[in-house]
Design a protein around this ligand. Structure first.
Ligand code: SPV
Ligand code: MG
Length: 291
C-alpha cells in the first residue's frame, strides 16, 4: 500500500519532522525510500535539470505528472509534489489538484510567483510575485478541488526570495493560511539561517512551516526541530547533485584511463542494479509462468 497524506499528517501532528528528499525519476525515488527518508520531493528543479533544462517553467504539467506517477508506482512513501505555480490560474489549479491527487501525491506545494517562474536560488533572479488576493484564490481553488481532506495543500511564500523582507513575507504567509493552506513553505537563499530563523520565530500563524535549507546547510534537522514550528524539511536537490558528482568523477576517470579498468571500486556492481530492478522476481516468474 502507498503511504498517503495521512502518514505525513501523522508526523506533522506530533513532535516529528518530516524529512523529504528530492528525486527526479523512479530509481532515485526508490533510493530515497531505501535510505530511510519520510517522503519524496517530486522536484521541479531536479526534473528540469534531468532534462538538461533550466527550472523556468519549461517542463510541462503532463511531463512532471507522468514522472510523479511513475515514482508513485515504484515506491510507497508519501510524495510531496512541486507543482511550481500550479500551471496556470485558479481555474487551472482545479485541474492540477485533481490530477496530482489522482496520481498518488500526498501533498502539493504551490508557489506565489507569476508564470513562468524563475528558479529561486539563482543569484539576481527575476522574482515576480502574484498579488496576494490572486494567490489566495488559487489556494482556495486547491482546497476546493481536493477530494481527500487529508491531501495537503502547501503554500510557498517567495517574499524573502524576491527580497521583499520579513514583514511582507509574514503578511503573505498569514493570508495564505487564511485561504486554507495546510502548511507554509518559506524559502530563503541566504547563506546563513538568520533570515529563516527570524521569520520562524516571528511566525505566530495557525499552520506549521516547511523549509528547504539548500543554501543554509547549517540548518540541521535537530536545529529545525528546536525551532518548534518547522514540521517538514525538504532536501531540495541532493539527488541530482549527487548524480552529477558521481557521473562527472567516473566519466573523467574513464577518459583519463582510456578504459574502465579502474572505476569499478567507485561504482556499484551491475548486480546492485539487478537488485533494484528486481531481477530475482523476473527469474521466479519465468519459472512459474513461462512454458
Ligand atoms: C525544487 O526543488 O524544485 C524547488 C526547491 O522548488 S528550489 O530549487 O530551491 O527552489
Ligand atoms: Mg521547484
Amino acid at each position: 500500500m502507498r503511504k498517503t497524506s495521512k502518514d505525513l499528517r501523522e508526523i506533522i501532528a506530533g513532535d516529528g519532522l518530516a524529512r523529504i528528499m528530492a528525486a527526479h525519476n523512479p530509481l532515485s525515488a526508490m533510493l530515497v525510500a531505501e535510505a530511510g527518508f519520510d517522503g519524496i520531493w517530486a522536484s521541479g528543479f531536479e526534473l528540469s535539470a534531468a532534462n538538461g533544462l533550466p527550472d523556468v517553467s519549461l517542463v510541462s504539467m503532463a511531463e512532471h505528472l507522468a514522472n510523479m506517477r511513475a515514482m508513485a508506482q515504484r515506491t510507497t512513501l508519501p510524495i510531496v509534489a512541486d507543482v511550481d505555480t500550479g500551471y496556470g490560474n485558479a481555474i487551472n489549479i482545479l485541474h492540477t489538484i485533481e490530477q496530482y491527487e489522482d496520481a498518488g501525491a500526498a501533498a502539493v506545494v504551490i508557489e506565489d510567483k507569476t508564470f513562468p517562474k524563475v528558479t529561486s536560488l539563482i543569484a539576481g533572479g527575476r522574482q515576480e510575485l502574484l498579488p496576494v488576493a490572486e494567490f489566495q484564490g488559487k489556494l482556495e481553488a486547491a482546497v476546493h478541488a481536493r477530494k481527500d481532506p487529508q491531501f495537503m495543500i502547501i503554500a510557498r511564500d517567495e517574499a524573502l526570495i524576491a527580497g521583499l523582507g520579513e514583514k511582507i513575507a509574514l503578511a503573505r504567509a498569514a493570508s495564505y493560511a487564511e485561504a486554507g493552506a495546510d502548511m507554509i513553505l518559506i524559502h530563503s537563499k541566504q547563506k546563513t539561517a538568520d533570515e529563516i530563523e527570524s521569520f520562524i520565530n516571528a511566525w505566530n500563524g495557525p499552520v506549521p512551516i516547511v523549509i528547504v535549507p539548500t543554501s543554509y546547510p547549517q540548518m540541521t534537522e535537530q536545529r529545525a526541530i528546536a525551532l518548534k514550528k518547522v514540521k517538514m524539511l525538504i532536501y531540495g536537490n541532493h539527488a541530482i547533485r549527487a548524480s552529477v558528482t558521481a557521473m562527472q568523477k567516473v566519466f573523467a576517470q574513464i577518459i583519463a584511463d582510456g578504459g574502465i579498468q579502474r572505476v569499478d571500486d567507485d561504482i556499484v556492481p551491475v548486480s546492485e542494479i539487478f537488485r533494484l530492478q528486481k531481477m530475482d522476481d523476473v527469474k521466479e516468474n519465468e519459472k512459474r509462468f513461462l512454458r
